[in-house]
Design a protein around this ligand. Structure first.
Ligand SMILES: Cc1ncc(COP(=O)(O)O)c(C=O)c1O
Length: 420
């Protein structure tokens, strides 16, 4: 009998073994292809094996794979300059010595703490800001904290702008943005009185693809200015073209004090993340946030190649067009298949909220649909946070209009077969 090597893997894994990937497709060991609507871990902005990214990695590997980050290298200098050039104008520095999104968020918090002399961090209900101890502690879901006696910086979670199921029972058009205004009460009565930052995903990714209403970020910026709290945008899922703009900050027209990027920056899977910070937040001493595999040269080369592809008006316009095709088609499906309660998104960051025959959020049906999606040639992932009833559609940004229709054809067939 063949030795089952998967038994040595610490965490549970699916029976499916992936052997190849190309563009928007992954292939399993039986030779079946699936459109990956999760872009792997929402990080393959350019899909599997993008030739430009592969070339950049190959060329850099022949020159230099690693140098300690206290020396200058062309590739790190260039990537820092490029990120600053593309970022909202208040952000003038790029810090690449992080190992991923979680440590980028931690670094941005340290910067805000140092700049303000304050301690606590405000995050939103249902938010996911990473899985280091501190970031799991700050994320807005009990199940992430349940198995660990986590101790972290003082964090307080406040209601998110989830208009479909508003915490305050308001309607989107007449709420007066209570979900921002009431944060003042949390600062006053629920914090330690020493709040350094608000850390927020512009569109809540794992929380259910929650898109804030118009005016949310203008009001949040005002609130942060009033209370001298730094606004950190976690653009680890939303950044690098996902919304059809380089950053979701551009889409919402907001100037943060710091922004974190990761995931899609690596193009076809290179491990790279960054903190972009304003002058005011640039005072963190050199080695107070520094990881061995941060500022990795191969990854930086991949990131530069990725930005070259994505920072093209035609490329970003295609993200908006393909996203609009999917939004329109899936919104049409809503009237045909009653399990779809909402379709929401920006660019290619789309979520479909699933309910049961009684109209209640159903994690069970959502998980069932995600499992059955494989039979229809789709990899779909669900939001585990909140009600756990959102199917996420976030294919690689290289999607064509024909492929967008193909996803919708398969998705519709899936819902018709299994949506009740
Ligand atoms: C919005 C958001 N922030 C932070 C993180 C953490 O990033 P990483 O897994 O690279 O540490 C994630 C990862 O899923 C994320 O989705």
């Amino acid at each position: 009998m063949q030795f089952d090597d998967s038994r040595a893997v610490y965490y549970p894994v699916s029976d499916l073994r992936i052997t190849r990937g190309s563009g928007i497709y992954v292939t399993d060991s039986d030779g079946r292809d699936y459109i990956d609507c999760a872009s792997a871990t929402f990080n393959l902005s350019l899909g599997y094996g993008h030739p430009g990214v592969l070339r950049a990695i190959r060329e850099q590997s022949e020159k230099l794979i690693h140098a300690t980050s206290s020396f200058q290298t062309d590739v790190i200098n260039k990537l820092s300059a490029r990120l600053v050039e593309l970022a909202p104008k208040r952000l003038t520095k790029a810090h690449l010595k992080v190992s991923g999104g979680s440590t980028a968020n931690e670094g941005a918090i340290k910067m805000a703490q140092r700049a303000t002399g304050n301690r606590d961090v405000v995050t939103l209900f249902r938010s996911h800001v990473g899985q280091t101890m501190a970031m799991a502690g700050l994320s807005g879901n009990a199940f992430r904290k349940k198995s660990l006696p986590i101790t972290a910086v003082g964090g307080l979670q406040v209601p998110d702008p989830y208009c479909l199921r508003c915490f305050y029972g308001q309607e989107r058009d007449s709420c007066g943005l209570m979900c921002v205004d009431r944060i003042a009460d949390f600062l006053e009565y629920a914090s330690s009185g020493s709040v350094a930052a608000v850390l927020v995903e512009p569109i809540s990714g794992n929380g259910g693809n929650i898109v804030p209403p118009d005016g949310y970020f203008t009001r949040l910026r005002e609130l942060c200015d009033t209370y001298n709290v730094k606004l950190i945008l976690d653009e680890i899922q939303t950044g690098i073209g996902r919304t059809g703009r380089m950053f979701a900050a551009d889409h919402f027209g907001v100037e943060p004090d710091a922004m974190t990027v990761g995931k899609g920056l690596g193009g076809s899977g290179a491990q790279v993340a960054a903190i972009l910070a304003s002058d005011e937040l640039s005072g963190l001493p050199a080695n107070d946030h520094s990881f061995t595999y941060g500022a990795n040269l191969l990854s930086a080369a991949a990131a530069l190649a990725t930005l070259e592809v994505i920072d093209d008006p035609a490329f970003l316009a295609n993200v908006r067009t393909t996203g609009a095709v999917i939004m329109e088609r899936l919104s049409g499906i809503r009237s045909l298949v009653p399990c779809v309660a909402d379709v929401r998104g920006v660019g290619l960051m789309i979520g479909v909220e699933i309910v049961n025959s009684e109209g209640r959020p159903s994690a069970e049906l959502t998980n069932h649909l995600a499992q059955r999606a494989m039979d229809f040639g789709l990899v779909l992932r669900t939001s585990r946070y909140g009600h756990g009833n959102v199917l996420k559609i976030r294919p690689p940004l290289i999607l064509t209009v024909e492929e967008a229709h193909l996803i919708c054809d398969r998705f519709e067939a899936l819902l018709r077969a299994h949506g009740d």
